[in-house]
Design a protein around this ligand. Sequence first.
Ligand code: SF4
Length: 390
Amino acid sequence: MTAGLYIHIPFCQRKCFYCDFYSIENTELINQFVDYLILEIQQKVSAGKYSDLTFDTIFFGGGTPSLLSGTQISRILDPLHKNFKILDGSEITIECNPRTIDKEKLKAYQKASINRLSIGVQSFLDSELNFLSRIHNANQAKESLNLAFESGFENLSIDLLFALPKQRQEDILFSLEEAYNFPLSHISYYNLTYEEETPLYQDLENGKIEPLSDDEESSLYLSIIKNLEQQGFKQYEVSNFSKPNLQCKHNLKYWTDAPYIGFGPSAHSYFDNSRSKNVDDLLIYFNLLSKKEEPLIFSEELSFKDRMMESIFLSLRADGLVLEQFAKEFFFDILFELRDLLLSLTLGGFLSIDKTKIKLTAKGYSLCDEICLRIIKDIENKDIEKIMRI
Ligand code: SF4
């Protein structure tokens, strides 16, 4: 199975008030960060752990990777190409903030072999962008999309956000209609979440913000799915929709048990049944690498049961659980063992089951976490060791 490389760029021009991804506003450290990132790449190469892997995706995420120049991106890609087996024609994505790209930078990205852009539009309504404290407005979002097409990027994705307080159906439809003016290959439509330690969460706690009710949120979500599908965007994960065969190959790694190796503060890796995460503090990251230590905050081997639970959770949130593959890997006949629960979820319109797959319906996607937890709880209630014959 081909693997993915993830590079976390931990800088943002200004922190958005709802965001809990690791990033800092001190962009003066970018050059130094690139030096240390290259050191981390060399350190991982010397450890020789990944020499058997073949990669077909590279993803620059963040933070705001588009704060980096084309030269800085090339400096990072160079040691990756020299030291890892990366297939020709691999998908190479960079996340961009509309305010941080221009024609020259996009040309330089193309020269550096970036072939996919993911632009953080979030909304085409200025009122929503203001609420989210984004640094761009709707016109700048549209300009950045025009710029991307004029520069020749054909594989282009945008991120949008729903479930903002007071958001109405017409707000969602407005952003979607604006999005359809551009020949996009992919749209990620995430729901706004209230993460602890964000100013948004504080506002919620202090009663300054009233979140949408579950029913309101679910109704917005279902209309997003319907509208996107009518426009030819097929849903392939809870929050992700694409034109045919244009799914984000890198993100598919996360949901299909493929290995991925992360670099940079807070980056995750999954390889050889173990997962790890880098420290989410830039100075500690620098310090550990200077001492030739791995910049890890944790590393753990997944047990058989962990892998089984994770497989259920990840496959259901994406394109469905493949019955034959699951039975082979976990010696567990899920259709037989969980027949009562699966029948009731199917009758309730949350699941569809055929000979090959268990898959969430649109209604099921809207309650994905709850449904996965019910399935996992049902398995835990069984004498699992006996059932799995291990
Ligand atoms: S630009 Fe993106 S990563 Fe940076 S603070 Fe805003 S939401 Fe978070």
